[in-house]
Design a protein around this ligand. Structure first.
Ligand SMILES: C[S@@+](CC[C@H](N)C(=O)[O-])C[C@H]1O[C@@H](n2cnc3c(N)ncnc32)[C@H](O)[C@@H]1O
Ligand code: SF4
Length: 417
C-alpha cells in the first residue's frame, strides 16, 4: 500500500526524499504574507468515545476542559500578537472531539480570535447529534457560528449499532434546526459500512435534506489500524459502484458537488476547513500549513498545556517543504475540491502549472481522469473515484502512521513518510 504512495510521491516531487517531520519549530509563525488563509481550532473532549474514531480526543472532564480552554486562549493570543494589525482570514472552523462541549466559553474564544484576525467568510463548528438542541444552537450562534456540521453517520439504527452509536432522534433534530437557523447545515454520513446498500445511503441522503440540511458530507469508512473498531472496510469494487451510484443520484437531484465527498443544494452552503492555501491551527493535534512548512501540535492535552505554561508553542513536528513537495501538497488538496485552477497555481508558486506538471495532466486527460476548459482542470466521475481511492491510501499510509505515533508520543524525534 505505501509502495503506491511512495512511488507517486517520488515521481511527483522528482526526488527520493521522503517527507521528513522533525521535532523542531519556528518561534514566530511566518503567516503575515499568506493569502487565502483559514483558521482551525481543535477541542479534544467527547462525552463518550467511539471506537472507530481516529481523531485526537479524550473523555470530557469539566476541570480538564476549562484548563485546556485557558491554554487555548493563550496560544491564540501568542500566535495572533506575533504580527501587527488584524490579519484577514477566510474562515474559522472548530473541530474535535466535540467542540459544543465548550459552548459556555465559545464566545470568549471567538472574541480572542477576532482581536487578531478578521474573519471574512464565517465560522463553522462540528456537532454531535446530542448537541443539536435549541439552547446549544443559540449559544454557538451568539458566539458567531454561521455553519454547523452534524456527525450523523447514518439514520439507520443497524449502522449506528455497527458503529456503536445510539439512534439519532430525527424529530428533535428537525425541531431544533427549525428553531435556530444557520447559513450552512451540513450532516456527516459514513459510507462503505459492511452490508450497506445504495438504497440505504439514498435514504440517509434524503432524510438529511428533509430534516433541514443544505449540505452533506459522505465519508468513506476508514479502518484505522490504531482504533479498536471491529468494522472492516468494504471491498474496492463494491465501494466504487456505491460511490458512482451515489454521485449520480446526487447529480440527478440537482445537488452541487463542492468536493469529493460533499454535496449541497445551494451554491452558498459550504463547509470545508481543508481547501485553503494556508491555515493556522490552534489546540491539540491542530495543523498549520504555511508557504513552505507544515506543523502539527502535540496530541497530549497535558503536554500542550505544559508547553504553553513555559511560553513556548505546542508544536510537536514540523516539515520544511521543498518547492516540489509543497506543489504536490497544494495539488492534492486543490483536487479535493474536484478542480484545479491554473491561474491560482501560478499566483501561488509563480510558475505555470503546465510547466511543472504538464505531462502528468496531459496523461490524466488522456486516461479520462480530468477534463480541461478555460484554465480549469476538473475531475471526471472516474477521476473522482481514483482521487478518493488514492486519498484512502494516503490516509492509511501517512495519516494512520503519523497519528498512530503521535497518540503514543507527545514529541516524537522524527517521522519519515
Ligand atoms: C470529529 S468527528 C464528528 C463530530 C462529533 N464528534 C460526532 O461524533 O458527531 C468528524 C467526522 O469524521 C467522520 N469519521 C470519524 N471516524 C471515521 C472513520 N473511521 N472513517 C471515516 N469517517 C470517520 C465522521 O463522519 C464524523 O462525523
Ligand atoms: S466520533 Fe465524535 S464523539 Fe465519537 S469519539 Fe470521535 S469525535 Fe468523539
Amino acid at each position: 500500500m505505501s509502495i503506491l504512495t511512495n512511488l507517486t510521491r517520488m515521481w511527483l516531487t522528482r526526488s527520493f526524499k521522503p517527507f521528513i517531520f522533525r521535532n523542531e519549530y519556528d518561534r514566530i509563525l511566518p503567516f503575515e504574507n499568506c493569502e487565502n488563509m483559514g483558521l482551525y481550532i481543535h477541542f479534544p473532549f467527547c462525552a463518550g468515545i467511539c471506537d472507530f474514531c481516529p481523531y485526537c480526543k479524550v473523555l470530557y472532564s469539566k476541570e480538564q476542559a476549562e484548563r485546556y480552554i485557558d491554554h487555548l486562549l493563550y496560544e491564540i493570543h501568542k500566535v495572533g500578537s506575533s504580527h501587527e494589525g488584524k490579519k484577514k482570514v477566510t474562515s474559522l472552523y472548530f473541530g474535535g472531539g466535540t467542540p459544543a462541549l465548550a459552548k459556555d466559553r465559545l464566545k470568549e474564544i471567538t472574541d480572542a480570535v477576532r482581536e487578531h484576525f478578521e474573519i471574512t467568510e464565517g465560522i463553522g463548528l462540528e456537532l454531535h447529534p446530542d448537541n443539536v438542541v435549541p439552547e446549544t444552537l443559540r449559544k454557538i450562534k451568539e458566539a458567531g457560528v454561521t455553519k454547523i456540521s452534524i456527525g450523523i453517520q447514518s439514520f439507520l439504527p443497524k449502522y449506528q449499532d455497527v458503529l456503536g452509536r445510539k439512534k439519532v432522534d430525527t424529530e428533535s433534530l428537525r425541531k431544533a434546526l427549525s428553531e435556530v437557523s444557520f447559513e450552512t447545515v451540513s450532516m456527516d454520513l459514513i459510507f462503505a459500512l459492511p452490508g450497506q446498500t445504495y438504497e440505504d445511503l439514498r435514504s440517509d441522503i434524503d432524510t438529511a435534506f428533509d430534516l433541514g440540511a443544505n449540505h452533506i458530507a459522505i465519508y468513506p469508512f476508514i479502518d484505522f489500524t490504531f482504533t479498536s473498531s471491529p468494522v472492516k472496510a468494504m471491498p474496492k469494487k463494491m465501494k466504487r459502484d456505491l460511490l458512482d451510484r451515489i454521485t449520480k443520484y446526487c447529480n440527478g437531484k440537482g445537488l452541487i458537488r463542492n468536493s469529493i465527498w460533499t454535496f449541497s443544494n445551494r451554491e452558498d452552503a459550504t463547509y470545508s476547513s481543508m481547501t485553503r492555501d494556508n491555515f493556522l491551527g490552534f489546540g491539540c493535534s491542530a495543523t498549520t500549513l504555511l508557504k513552505d512548512s507544515f506543523k502539527i501540535n502535540t496530541f497530549s492535552v497535558d503536554e500542550y498545556c505544559r508547553r504553553l505554561d513555559s511560553d513556548e508553542l505546542p508544536t510537536s513536528l514540523t516539515i520544511r517543504f521543498s518547492p516540489r513537495q509543497r506543489m504536490v501538497y497544494y495539488l492534492f488538496w486543490t483536487f479535493y475540491s474536484t478542480r484545479a485552477d491554473e491561474k491560482a497555481f501560478e499566483d501561488f508558486f509563480g510558475i505555470p502549472l503546465k510547466k511543472r506538471y504538464g505531462l502528468e495532466l496531459k496523461l490524466a486527460k488522456l486516461l479520462g481522469f480530468v477534463t480541461y476548459k478555460d484554465g480549469i482542470y476538473e475531475l471526471t466521475l472516474k477521476g473522482a473515484f481514483y482521487y478518493h481511492y488514492y486519498e484512502n491510501y494516503y490516509t492509511l499510509s501517512y495519516i494512520d502512521k503519523m497519528w498512530g505515533i503521535m497518540r503514543e508520543e507527545a514529541f516524537p524525534d522524527k517521522i519519515e513518510l
